[in-house]
Design a protein around this ligand. Structure first.
Ligand code: GTP
Ligand code: SF4
Ligand code: SF4
Length: 292
């Protein structure tokens, strides 16, 4: 069975937030759209969700948080992903150094690692911690374990890391295991850190050897100076939302049809089997593009 919403968008991608806590304190954190942290889903709840995901045509599962690696049973969670579903994770990378190989052995395919600055002082000012070297170790460990391609998620922040683009391009250049993902800051309330990516993308597009438009969100990926660079620009972008194939599960057990909405959640905590599957169908019906 393949699930579609009433706008004809397939739902092939599930993002499961396994906790809301994090060991960093990024100035812009949107916590995957969660506002009120509660007790996270149990391993059994997550297993039940993964079983239903396999029945309704979900092809990829992304584990997120908070910081998913803070969960003690994260390796068990990865091991519970049914065959036929690709699993990946978005992490801040600080704990990957010791976990990358176990995650790979449990079946994790790849990781996205959030890293907004290569400068220790700037990293500290963004995340409130001095853990940059742990992240760099985490990237190495992920590469070594084969959790690739690794996407380096860099949120462009006005007046903070705009000058580091060339350093990030240099970091991923010529390395087939690394992709740079430049992300537009979610700007729900006129945030002064919001930077417009238009000029940067135009420059990169102009000098790119090849451009790929991904099915997901119609995101553009450029092959530029030996680097692969993807742009994530959801803001006021109807093309992005019209090609959104994602459903989310919040850490406290709610299906979330859209990252940016809290008024159409469907509670699934403790639900199992057919009842759980019906709730997925109900949530799918509530999906609509945020930017139309
Ligand atoms: N508006 C919106 N933004 C999203 C959505 N999914 C991801 N993003 C943005 O994209 C950033 C990177 O997301 P990741 O968690 O690394 O995953 P991804 O790159 O979308 O997924 P893959 O390409 O499968 O690895 C997030 O921090 C968000 O800013 C979405 O569904 N809606
Ligand atoms: S690493 Fe991610 S979850 Fe943690 S504070 Fe930063 S943006 Fe938020
Ligand atoms: S804002 Fe909502 S509809 Fe648009 S891409 Fe994100 S989750 Fe999908």
């Amino acid at each position: 069975m393949d699930l579609h919403d009433s706008y004809g968008r397939p739902i092939s991608n599930l993002r499961i937030s396994v906790n809301s806590g994090c060991n960093l304190r990024c100035v812009y954190c949107h916590r995957e759209g969660e506002t009120k942290p509660e007790t996270p889903l149990s391993l059994e709840d997550i297993r039940a969700i993964l079983d239903v995901a396999g029945n309704i045509g979900i092809r990829t599962v992304k584990f997120t948080g908070g910081e998913p690696l803070l969960r003690e049973d994260i390796v068990e969670i990865i091991r519970s992903v049914p065959p036929g579903i690709e699993s990946s994770m978005t992490t801040n990378g600080t704990l990957l150094g010791s976990l990358a190989h176990d995650l790979r052995d449990a079946g994790l395919a790849r990781v996205n690692i959030s890293l907004d600055s290569l400068n220790p002082e700037t990293y500290k000012s963004i995340t409130g911690t001095g853990l940059l070297s742990d992240v760099l170790e985490g990237i190495e460990a992920a590469r070594d374990a084969g959790l690739t391609p690794i996407k380096i998620n860099m949120v462009l922040l006005k007046g903070i890391n705009e000058g580091e683009i060339d350093d990030f391009i240099h970091l991923v250049s010529g390395d087939r295991h690394l992709i740079l993902q430049i992300i537009e800051l979610m700007d729900l309330g006129g945030c002064p850190l919001h930077a417009d990516l238009s000029e940067l993308e135009e420059k990169i597009a102009l000098h790119s050897r090849k451009v790929i438009t991904r099915r997901m969100h119609h995101r553009k990926k450029y092959c530029y100076e030996g680097a692969e660079i993807e742009f994530v620009r959801p803001w006021h972008n109807s093309d992005f939302c019209n090609h959104c194939t994602r459903m989310r599960v919040t850490s406290d057990g709610k299906l979330k049809p859209c990252l940016l909405r809290d008024d159409n959640l469907v509670d699934i905590r403790g639900k199992r089997g057919v009842e759980l599957q019906q709730l997925f169908l109900a949530a799918a019906k509530k999906r609509e593009p945020y930017n139309k």
